[in-house]
Design a protein around this ligand. Structure first.
Ligand code: ADP
Ligand code: MG
Length: 233
């Protein structure tokens, strides 16, 4: 579904390469978490995949239908929840009425039906992030890209959004690539965890645990420890 070969990225004026020879393939309906210390190049890689940033060299294969969920929700303050969620559709030229109708099931999916006519400033952080997810889903993408989508939220809200994301992933048969800097979060969600360090892929870990992951007890914590050791090495 996503295939990256020999990706390099050097920003102008930055002496060393931000990404060095990245090779990564993400399968159809796989959920991959990209983790690594701050500044290792995770967002750069995601932006290259999303075509928001250009690689210096290398080849990229991605489907046309991709959506991005940003850390802050990135909502337009003058639009309602419904209009924000429909933004990807209206931006593509769909008329407003039709877009509003199309977006309804996605607002329901993230539990926002009742809040459809509210404005972003009337919402909690978690609700704003749900609008961002509904907006991303409304264009019916095959691939969902998320850059630390839950990092500004409290643990309970994060947990609820994890559950919802897993449900949406299964029901919509999505391929998901999510950036995180939290090891436990990625072990809770991913089929496979890709650890980046200093612009290279340092390691990858399969997660052969059943959901809900934390209920696996010891195997969950052992895998977290194993990744933690590599993360801080
Ligand atoms: P991460 O998401 O893992 O924290 P980033 O991909 O944001 O890392 O950044 C990786 C490196 O690339 C950092 O050293 C950062 O300063 C640099 N960088 C990111 N974006 C730009 C940019 N637009 N121009 C110059 N340097 C950048
Ligand atoms: Mg980042």
């Amino acid at each position: 579904m996503i295939e990256l070969k020999n990706i390099h990225k050097q920003y102008p004026g930055v002496p060393k390469e931000t990404l060095k020879d990245i090779n990564l393939a993400v399968q159809d309906e796989e959920l991959v978490c990209l983790i690594g210390p701050s500044g290792c190049g995770k967002s750069t890689l995601l932006q290259i995949i999303a075509n928001l940033e250009e690689a210096t060299s290398g080849t990229i294969e991605v489907p046309d239908e991709m959506s991005m969920v940003f850390q802050s929700g990135a909502l337009l303050p003058w639009l309602t929840v419904e209009q924000n969620a429909a933004f990807g559709l209206t931006a593509k030229g769909k008329n407003k009425k039709e877009a509003a109708r199309e977006v309804k099931p996605f607002l329901a999916m993230v539990g926002l039906t009742e809040l459809a006519q509210k404005y972003p400033h009337e919402l909690s952080g978690g609700q704003r992030q749900r609008v961002g997810i509904a907006r991303a889903l409304a264009i019916k993408p095959r691939v969902l890209l998320l850059d630390e989508p839950f990092s500004a939220l409290d643990p309970k809200t994060t947990h609820e959004l994890h559950e919802d994301l897993l449900k949406i992933w299964r029901e919509q048969k999505l391929t998901i690539l999510m950036v995180s800097h939290l090891i436990e979060e990625s072990v809770s969600l991913a089929d496979r965890i890709v650890l980046m360090k200093d612009g290279v892929i340092a390691d990858t870990f399969k997660v052969p645990l059943t959901y809900p992951r934390r209920e696996n007890g010891l195997p969950f914590h052992e895998l977290v420890q194993k990744i933690r050791k590599e993360f801080f090495k």
